[in-house]
Design a protein around this ligand. Sequence first.
Ligand code: PBG
Length: 355
Amino acid sequence: MTAALKNLFRPAAAPATTKFSAQVGGFPRTRMRRNRADEWTRRLVAEHRVSVDDLIWAVILVEGQGVREPIPSMPHICRLSPDVLLEEAKQAHGLGVPALAIFPAFGPEGKDATGSMCLNPHLGIYRAIRSLRRELPTMGVIADVALDPFTDHAHDGVLRDGVIVNDDTIDIMCKQAHLLADAGCDMIAPSDMMDGRIGALRDYLDDQGYENVRLLSYAAKYASGFYGPYRDALKNKGLLKGDKKTYQMDPANTDEAMREVALDVQEGADLVMVKPGMPYLDIIHRIKTSFGVPVVAFQVSGEYAMLRAATEAGWLDYPRCLMESLTCFKRAGADAIVTYAAIDAARILVKASGI
Ligand code: PBG
């Protein structure tokens, strides 16, 4: 009889006389540490893994040429002009990153209460998308629809008498989405949290012949303090009047996220987003297990800033904590992750694979 079989036929453990009732003959049979003992077993039993296939590179765009402006609250991240973005996108593409998500930043000139400048087809965002489409036809291009880069109050919608007006905002977003799709955007991401916008955008895009443009809905988007550095990145610091609590979700709520996702899926969302990421892993998990739809996590500006700032203080190891945070998104159930650190992560993954 082999040792393993003998183990099976051992008499049941005598009534526990010590506090280690799992022990027989004084030794644990099940030693969880065996599988952890070597790198090769750890690799075999790993349940979740991040790959470059999971990454969406978040990038901040500015007008101009040859511009690379550092963003103080997001160390190592710069606002890029369309030409510089194209060069960096080529690098990301070369590393295997499937897609990028572009967020445009503007100075105060041209901003108004309705964000009307978003309908100017000559903006850098539309030019950048055109050139990416032309030069990198196999890289996915994602862009938000929302008004906050374009409004003088930094809200995501039309502000009238102190109220964000839902349906008027959707009308403008549909036109914005049309311009994005015309420029060649493959996936449109409404990040505004207006009610009914997924259905409205789907119908509008279909009517315009863009039935293959995908909708990535920011379905569970919370009114979060973790977006702080993003306001800085968008040059919107100090601009926001009040807060976004009348349209973004209360961080205390979970069931509400389920209702948001149910509506968005029913209205035609192809993928749903949870944002922010790391403090909301339970939401990612519950959406994934309840709906089985593609779920995207957004590792937002504040999460990135925390990792970088603590690293600069000498308190965290950036590559290690970055990869750990991305793995945790996968473990929670995310299919893909939007992150400002996508190129860093891709470099780490490519290096680890030894290719
Ligand atoms: C708003 C928008 C925000 C972000 C992406 N789109 C900010 C907000 O909702 O206030 C945040 C991204 C980040 O913090 O990285 N349309």
